[in-house]
Write a protein that binds this ligand. Sequence first.
Ligand code: ADP
Ligand code: ZN
Length: 213
Amino acid sequence: MRIIVLGGPGAGKGTRASLVAEHFGVPHISTGDIFRANLKAGTQLGLEAKKYMEAGQLVPDELTVKLLFDRVAQDDCQGGYILDGFPRTINQAQLLESELVKMGVNIDYVINVEVPDQRIIERMSGRRTCSDCGIPYHIEYAPTAAEGVCDKCGGEVVMRSDDAPETVMGRLTVYHNETSPLIEFYESRGSLKNVNGDVEIEDALSYILKVLE
Ligand code: ADP
Ligand code: ZN
């Protein structure tokens, strides 16, 4: 099963991608998580990606595309994967399409998580993220059991620097200009499935599975 999860910043793509990945038993590949892991480890890639991420801008395709292609070529991806945060531009989608042709595989579904901008802004102000494993929480809707401590790994749970309100507005603009054209791109290929992103997390997976039936 190969699925792309599309959606605005803070639409809950990451949470959904991880639920869907677990359901199908395939890896959850988030380019944002890969960049954050590199940033944390202080790699060259992390250093280069940092300035774009902190400004709420897209990391250039030269850094992003090869990284993703290397990842999907690994052994654990042979049975499929869930892509979260890639592609994010028409150029990335076209490059992915030709890479998949070369690999002899195709995307089964593109799940578009729909959330109005106003809800996104509300959600992001309460979003917190584990600085070790990257799991997202929300101070109201999905709090940690102990304040500031990740339920899963015990890591420190903090606000991502790019979740600051000023940066969120910029990320929404980038989303509308660069990423939302992908909705039409995948619609024209017949693989798009819209899901309402404004539902309780407990219900998120069943909504998605219903749409995929
Ligand atoms: P969100 O979807 O909430 O904005 P992500 O974790 O998906 O968060 O991405 C965080 C940041 O990582 C983005 O704002 C961008 O700077 C960078 N990034 C992630 N994926 C890509 C991509 N496919 N192309 C360019 N930049 C990316
Ligand atoms: Zn954690």
